[in-house]
Design a protein around this ligand. Sequence first.
Ligand code: FAD
Length: 432
Amino acid sequence: MPNGHHRISGPRGSELQVVVVGGGVVGVCCAYFLARRGASVTVLERDEIGRGASYGNAGLISPGHPPINRPGRVVQALRSLGDSLSPLYIEPRWDPALVRWLWAFRRFCTHDHVEHAMAALAPLGLRTVEMFDELVGAEALDCEYRRAGYLEVFDTGPGLAAGREEAAVVERHGFAPEYLDGPALREREPLLGPGLEGGWAHDEGSVVEPYRFVLEMADRAAAHGARLRPQAEVGRIRTESGRVTGVRTTAGEDLAADAVVLATGAYSPGLMASLGCPLPVQPAKGYHADRRRDDLHTPDLRVPCLLGERAVFCSPMESHVRFAGTLEFSGRNLDLRRDRLRQLDAAARRYFEVDDLSDPVSEWCGLRPCTPDGLPVIGGVPGYEGAFVATGHAMLGLTLGPVTGSLIADLVVDRTAGLEIHAFRPERFAGS
Ligand SMILES: Cc1cc2nc3c(=O)[nH]c(=O)nc-3n(C[C@H](O)[C@H](O)[C@H](O)COP(=O)(O)OP(=O)(O)OC[C@H]3O[C@@H](n4cnc5c(N)ncnc54)[C@H](O)[C@@H]3O)c2cc1C
């Protein structure tokens, strides 16, 4: 038995067999915690492990970060129609699912909802702070993990005012952002320019190289007995009399399972619909541009920074600084648009003291799975015993990956979660 774990049994008396569909950060974390609990786990990933949204994200663990829903977001979204330099961009085109999603999103852009969403997310975020320390320590994860905190900076009055409102919400839910004026921010990160109005230090934040984190977690899941199978796409979830019996791959292979966990990120709606559970997850494309730290024309930051008005994250990693951001609603595609990448460069020039900017060594885009209420979807799928889903983490999938994995393991093994997860129930969108 790997690492001396005991095996647990499934409903038919034999080992509890679990198939996790999707090998991104969420699926791999589910597999890790399930294997640690003694389940017999197989991860099926249609591509390579960790090459989806989890590959090139900003690497920031930001446990107190609120969801994208904010009062005024809809007006901002409408203004962005056709403006390719806005951080939030909606491509003008006819897409009924997106129109329905935006309509639903609009309902969730209120002060009351932001408060409700933070109340639901905060216990997961607070658990996350210690969880990364524990995981990285116990499993000796080699993933460039640093408890560096991060700075959220603004260079306009309205930006700072919006930041202040957000900081107040976050504070009400157990986090402690520290206000810093321009000079104090520059003391912490000397490369920031002189025009800053102010911002906040989020000391609970940390940073990892996200792909390495996924690969390391996949390796530890395997050490606990999980099987990871790349190039295996699930085409169908098999069910019988209201319970899950396994999956069929698109290559026609049948795998039996007592439980199936869908962790298919932005691609989740199809398989969820086949279980009769509509999931309005829209893909929100984000980009990164990496610049070598040893290039003279790269702002070689000490501290990760969130450039507030432009919503661009800058994360110093071992060999490069990653600039990542933009929220583009243009469908389920991975087209790399130059004008969106230029938005990242424009942000770097605006907030940092740089005369010239080095050429990127990597440019990439990925799809965040976004729900209209800004909350993830974590729970059992109603109507099918043994069907579970873990997706919709939007900008927080890396941050909340481990806690989501542990919650799913609790649900599959104990049938109850260790934290309150009612707000994340999959059926909340039925009939909307
Ligand atoms: C630019 C950018 C910056 C970001 N920055 C941060 C950040 O700093 N911090 C943070 O916490 N989050 C960040 N995020 C969000 C984070 O990357 C996502 O929330 C997270 O990666 C989602 O993980 P996932 O496992 O759900 O999805 P994915 O990583 O996309 O994994 C889903 C996997 O499922 C597979 N799959 C789909 N369908 C099937 C099928 N039928 N059969 C088998 N496999 C299937 C896919 O191939 C894919 O590998 C950022 C995102 C972007 C784009």
